[in-house]
Design a protein around this ligand. Structure first.
Ligand code: C2E
Ligand code: C2E
Ligand code: C2E
Length: 88
């Protein structure tokens, strides 16, 4: 059958992101809320975001896309594998 490669999709754990008290992720949280609104995607526990939007956000953080990914990982707000996430 088809071999499922792990995707490089950027998937945010919304509960973690919105609960995160630190000021540091405030812009990411605001951006995610705006995307949810634009998509009408209100009930998800996770949100897949565009690579383009990550690039734009990285600029806001005076960082590179990979630097921002690292920071998001440190805060535990990235979901590596959404399917495994829902299975757990
Ligand atoms: P749009 O960019 O013209 O996209 C229209 C529709 O095409 C989207 O409706 C969605 O159904 C589909 N679409 C576009 N790009 C993708 C993609 O990479 N993956 C998937 N699965 N579908 C895609 P939707 O979701 O209701 O979004 C409506 C509009 O809201 C979009 O129009 C866009 O202007 C904005 N939007 C939604 N999500 C994002 C986002 O993550 N980033 C940005 N920059 N804009 C977004
Ligand atoms: P996946 O990308 O690994 O996503 C697994 C599950 O994570 C999805 O199950 C959904 O419950 C959740 N999820 C991921 N991104 C988002 C998001 O931006 N918003 C919300 N509300 N939930 C999200 P689901 O919906 O049953 O989809 C199963 C699989 O079907 C997905 O696995 C993906 O491979 C495919 N799929 C679903 N929707 C799209 C789509 O719009 N575009 C593409 N290319 N594939 C899709
Ligand atoms: P995905 O739906 O699996 O799409 C994977 C990639 O295919 C996208 O990566 C984008 O490069 C391309 N793609 C898919 N649909 C379209 C389209 O309608 N127009 C264009 N120009 N490109 C398309 P990208 O942009 O990094 O997005 C990553 C994931 O974020 C998408 O995975 C999807 O889950 C989510 N996403 C992005 N934009 C939208 C959107 O407008 N609406 C919704 N519902 N989901 C989106």
């Amino acid at each position: 059958g088809v071999r499922h490669e792990p995707t490089n999709k950027i998937v945010l754990d919304l509960e973690r992101l919105y609960d995160e008290a630190s000021e540091e992720l405030a812009y990411v949280a605001r951006y995610a809320r705006a995307i949810q609104q634009q998509r009408g995607d209100y009930n998800g526990r996770v949100l897949s975001i565009r690579a383009d939007d990550l690039r734009a956000l990285a600029i806001v953080y005076d960082s590179s896309p990979s630097g921002l990914i690292e920071r998001l990982n440190e805060h535990g707000v990235l979901v590596a594998d959404p399917r495994a996430f829902f299975a757990s």
